[in-house]
Design a protein around this ligand. Structure first.
Ligand code: NAG
Ligand code: NAG
Ligand code: NAG
Ligand code: NAG
Ligand code: NAG
Ligand code: NAG
Ligand code: NAG
Ligand code: NAG
Length: 490
């Protein structure tokens, strides 16, 4: 009993005024553009209670309602153009210069483009992938540095946190681009062109030969390649308007990916990514995943386990999951579930994890391949973490930072710890900090603190007076009958 409570206890490291916890699935709107229901056999095979089944139906209908134009299965943008010749990674395959955003909920006076391009997975197989570019109304202009003369838009490569594991979990198909105001909207409204990969396996999930493209979850450098190739292809698609100088910023899974980009640029900045490396100004890794098996293990083992055969063909998921866990993972795949569905399937308190999963060779081997940190990186690197993070404990990031500082003492790494903030909301609390940091890099300012440094941020008012999490979501209101929701067109 209560393994969840025990996990919660380990995740809470400092005095908490509000106890962080997994989100509940409660119905918030009936205006869903979907009417999915689990079948009786699906409910039985995953041994779900009627409450859990109902919650899953609600979560899936909500998730599917968030797909603009019905998602990749129905949106012709995601149809692959025919393959010509042997594909090399970083090739531009398709440009949708103007994405009709009537079915998105992006801020007024931002504009969207989308591209298809090629990237490579862990073993070097070249696969197609998708990305979006969110454009500002007015590009950010800088007061100092040689950037001030540019007529193009400065770029931030945005690497998103976990949305899911299947085609429909690509942010380029999500009405609010998944992170909304916590990431891409804030950056575009501040004047940056936001170049955002979906990561291989999301958005596009079948290659030219019809084979599945696994989303190699938490493989920070592999997804880091997706990000760099997305930038390369975007520069080819928009040479007149997209500047070659860029900062990389990501959160959670994408915090690990951003860090992975900094490592890839250090390792290959004189080789494959030489041209891109010239424009590189630095990386922000917020609430990053740097240890694949720390955090909510009930989520992580099914999520990683289901793609592990694409990395270790001999892996048998029964080494990690109980028969019930395997049945629920199968259901997750069938319904293309994301985080909310996973919460119902895996955090129910039922036994889905094998006790001795951590004795398997795969845990260590996967961690070595996947994890960011402890290696040379191309700086500067700003790492940000909130102390009340339920998904990724702050001390896990502290450990990675320390290992990195020991391995690369001359590297410029600032570790900013925010007292009292949760996982995604840490981005809201630190918005001014990261926007200023990005601006400083474009203005060519020297770092305020060089080398490995730790800093901290406290709330202005007493912590308990702040709203700790988001309580609303961008809901589509574009059809005439919903227009009352956007009076004055806001
Ligand atoms: C299925 O759920 C029921 C009710 O919660 C429980 O008694 C039973 O042990 C579960 N079966 C399996 C295989 O987990
Ligand atoms: C609603 O979903 C249908 C398919 O299920 C899709 O064709 C349509 O584009 C969606 N509507 C909106 C407004 O996204
Ligand atoms: C965008 O799509 C909407 C809905 O289909 C359509 O009414 C509108 O004309 C389109 N806008 C442009 C500029 O194509
Ligand atoms: C801008 O300045 C930086 C640092 O002073 C220099 O490395 C870079 O080459 C300059 N770029 C351009 C386009 O002049
Ligand atoms: C590489 O991975 C893909 C799956 O992503 C697999 O189909 C292919 O056989 C692998 N190739 C090698 C050489 O391991
Ligand atoms: C995985 O392991 C289970 C239990 O040891 C076994 O029954 C099953 O056949 C194995 N699956 C494969 C594909 O080897
Ligand atoms: C983080 O703190 C928890 C609770 O004190 C502890 O169990 C865990 O081992 C620590 N993890 C790391 C990576 O230091
Ligand atoms: C964090 O905030 C709490 C609550 O306001 C306070 O008690 C604590 O001293 C702060 N921690 C640090 C390290 O400043």
């Amino acid at each position: 009993m209560c393994s969840i409570k025990a996990l919660l206890a380990t995740a809470l490291l400092t005095v908490a005024h509000v106890e962080a916890q997994a989100p509940l699935n409660v119905e918030q709107s009936t205006g869903f553009n979907s009417s999915f229901a689990l079948s009786t056999s699906q409910i039985e095979s995953a041994n779900l209670s009627s409450t859990a089944a109902n919650n899953i139906n609600i979560a899936i209908n909500f998730d599917r309602s968030q797909l603009a134009n019905g998602g990749p299965a129905e949106d012709s943008f995601y149809e692959l153009p025919p393959l010509s010749g042997t594909p090399v990674p970083g090739t531009l395959l398709k440009v949708q210069e103007f994405t009709n955003t009537s079915y998105f909920v992006i801020p007024p006076n931002t504009a969207l483009s989308r591209i298809l391009y090629t990237t490579s997975n862990l073993n070097g197989t070249v696969v197609p992938a998708s990305a979006f570019i969110l454009w500002p109304f007015t590009p950010k202009r800088f007061q100092a540095g040689n950037y001030s003369a540019s007529t193009k838009a400065p770029a931030v490569v945005w690497t998103h946190g976990t949305e899911g594991f299947f085609a429909s979990a690509g942010p380029s198909t999500h009405r609010a681009l998944w992170y909304g105001h916590d990431g891409p909207f804030a950056l575009a409204l501040a004047g940056y062109a936001v170049v955002a990969p979906d990561y291989a396996g999301l958005g596009i999930h079948k290659s030219w030969d019809g084979s599945d493209i696994p989303h190699q979850y938490l493989m920070s450098q592999t997804s880091g390649h997706d990000a760099l190739y997305a930038l390369q292809a975007s520069l080819e698609a928009f040479p007149e308007v997209l500047d070659e100088r860029f900062v990389v910023m990501g959160h959670s899974q994408g915090g690990g990916v951003a860090w992975g980009v900094a490592e890839v640029l250090e390792a290959k900045g004189d080789g494959e990514f030489k041209r891109l490396a010239k424009g590189y100004l630095g990386t922000i890794a917020a609430s990053p995943t740097t240890n694949a098996f720390i955090g909510q293990i009930e989520y992580l083992l099914p999520w990683i386990g289901m793609i592990l055969p694409s990395i270790f063909p001999d892996f048998n998921i029964s080494a990690w999951l109980t028969p019930l866990g395997i049945a629920r993972t199968k259901l997750l795949q069938e319904v293309e579930g994301g985080i909310a569905v996973s919460t119902q399937l895996f955090l129910s308190g039922d036994k889905i994890i094998q006790d001795d999963y951590d004795k398997t060779w795969y845990v260590d081997a996967y961690g070595k391949l996947a994890n960011a940190g402890g290696k040379p990186f191309k700086g500067p690197l700003l790492v940000i973490h909130g102390t009340e993070d339920y998904y990724i404990p702050e001390n896990a990031t502290a450990t990675t930072v320390q290992a990195t500082c020991e391995a690369v003492p001359e590297g410029d790494l600032e570790y900013l710890v925010v007292n009292g903030t949760w996982h995604v909301p840490t981005l809201d609390a630190t918005r001014q900090t990261w926007l200023k940091w990005i601006e400083d890099r474009f203005e060519g300012r020297a770092l305020e603190k060089t080398g490995c440094v730790k800093s901290s941020l406290e709330s202005f008012l007493p912590l308990e007076r702040y709203q700790a999490t988001g309580k609303s979501f961008p809901q589509f209101a574009g059809l005439p009958e919903f227009n009352y929701q956007v009076p004055l067109g806001l």
